[in-house]
Design a protein around this ligand. Structure first.
Ligand SMILES: Nc1ncnc2c1ncn2[C@@H]1O[C@H](COP(=O)(O)OP(=O)(O)OP(=O)(O)O)[C@@H](O)[C@H]1O
Length: 315
């Protein structure tokens, strides 16, 4: 007698602390939804106890995935970052249950914001291939970023927000942005965009695959995660008060119209400069020099079927 075909395996790795504990609170409903809607599949739910643990669990699931299996992460951009790094170049399709505070990558590729709808998208099986940014520096010789790699004022605010939220939890991004601005002056950059060298001072240099960071701030309103290209946003030196006025305009995308904001599309970007460091998908990724290369179609991800004509429904 032939071996019975194994059921599809959906491995869900959860950071229960994401989104200020929302992830843990919503987990029972999400797990029940997946099991009810995928009766012929095996749904495994694993709770991670740390970043390192989550990375190991997600990577193991992705490496052992057979075609048709899925690796699901429940949390914010940090968990999505681990998921996309584990799934890129494997047989696993990534599913994101966006239960974090930011969820910028999920939003940028077309994962529904609403948790029951995100579960629904996974169960329906609508998938899409999206690009990633391949990042290489001394700390991370080979890493993918799904949303935005930032290196300037934005990176400093991001790092400070991560540090402080660990201790106090509720201090707002706006307060930290103001505090960082008081001491901030333009940074000296050497940027090579598809081979063309620019030596300049800048407030912000961000390399984007999807267009948002910081929980919905549109650093690159035009970015398309399926165009095979990177989008680079440079904010030239401006006064502190101008930068302060520009920041809220990122929520509408209007900031990109300011004359100090330059945007480029490229396949490869190299960034160097004294004292600069990288934040990717909200996580600290070491110092520059860094090379960022477009990785077209590197990831298969579950999305809202209605979101994109590029989505294909298979089940
Ligand atoms: N069990 C855990 N699994 C994974 N990460 C954890 C865990 N406990 C704490 N962390 C920390 O949580 C952060 C990742 O959280 P995640 O991105 O999932 O949610 P968030 O921070 O609420 O949302 P966002 O990143 O979208 O703002 C990491 O910085 C990591 O160090």
């Amino acid at each position: 007698m032939g071996e019975l075909a194994k059921p599809r395996l959906y491995t869900l790795v959860v950071n229960e602390g994401s989104g200020g504990g929302r992830s843990g609170r919503e987990l029972p409903k999400v797990a029940r939804g997946l099991r009810d809607r995928l009766p012929t599949a095996e749904v495994q739910v694993i709770t991670s106890c740390s970043w390192t643990d989550a990375e190991k669990l997600i990577r193991t699931a992705a490496l052992s995935a057979r075609p048709g299996d899925a690796v699901l992460v429940m949390g914010g951009d940090g968990m999505a970052h681990l998921g996309l790094n584990a799934c890129a170049g494997t047989d696993a399709t990534l599913g994101i249950i966006p239960a974090g505070t930011g969820n910028d990558f999920a939003r940028g590729v077309g994962v529904p914001k609403d948790l029951p709808r995100a579960v629904d998208a996974i169960c329906v099986g609508a998938t899409r291939r999206v690009d990633l940014s391949h990042v290489s520096n001394e700390a991370y010789p080979s890493r993918y970023v799904g949303a935005v790699l930032s290196t300037g004022y934005d990176a400093r605010v991001n790092r400070a927000t991560n540090d402080i939220s660990l201790r106090f939890g509720s201090l707002s991004y706006g307060w930290i942005a103001l505090r960082e601005l008081i001491h901030f002056s333009p940074l000296q950059y050497r940027i090579r965009i598809d081979g063309v060298l620019r030596i300049q001072e800048a407030m912000i240099v961000a390399v984007c695959n999807t267009g948002m960071f910081g929980g919905g701030m549109q650093i690159s309103p035009q970015a398309d995660p399926a165009d095979g290209m990177l989008d680079v946003t440079i904010v030239d030196p401006v006064s502190r008060s101008t930068l302060l006025r520009l920041l809220p305009q990122m929520y509408s995308g209007n900031f990109a119209r300011h004359p100090a904001v330059q945007q480029f599309r490229a396949r490869e970007v190299e960034i160097a400069g004294d004292g600069l460091f990288c934040m990717g998908d909200g996580e600290e990724l070491g110092d520059v020099p860094v090379t960022v290369t477009a990785a077209p179609g590197a990831l298969k991800v579950f999305v809202d079927a209605a979101h994109s004509a590029a989505a294909t429904v298979k089940q």
